[in-house]
Write a new protein. Sequence first.
Length: 173
Amino acid sequence: MPTAPLAHVVITGAAGAIGGALAHELAARQPGVRLSLVDVDQRGLARVAAALPPSSPVSVHRWDLSKPDGLAAAWDALQATHGVIDGLVNCAGIMDVRSVLGMPWDAAQRLLDIDLTSPLRLMSLAAPAMVAGEKGVIVNVSSMAGRVPLRGCAYYGGAKAGLALASEIAPLE
């Protein structure tokens, strides 16, 4: 069965190397797709957006994924301005390599919010419209650190393992 083209895709972590490359690839493969690029790095977002082909409308949005409680309002505002979102790429992430004993709790909480809690929250915001419209895709970028124990990566690996498992469970639901 042919897959319908996506109309509006949100990419978190879009100012980074992987998120920026995904934006370029999506714009090249699906001209005309609206891209909403999300990151805390405004300058990086502007750089990525400026390099995209003019065939894809693009908007940039500074969202702080370390504060998941603000995501619902940001999501609603984005859809009100640019239309229903039928693609979500959770690419944002931080890798803070420190031992469990060496990681201050506030840094651990920030990592968990960015790498696990916010992607799960965004999935919960995206999925209802995708299911109702019978169209959409969610891509969660994880890491081998979520599968292979690495020293100093208890929080990062735990977050990425959780995101990977949630990605496998969600389609079953």
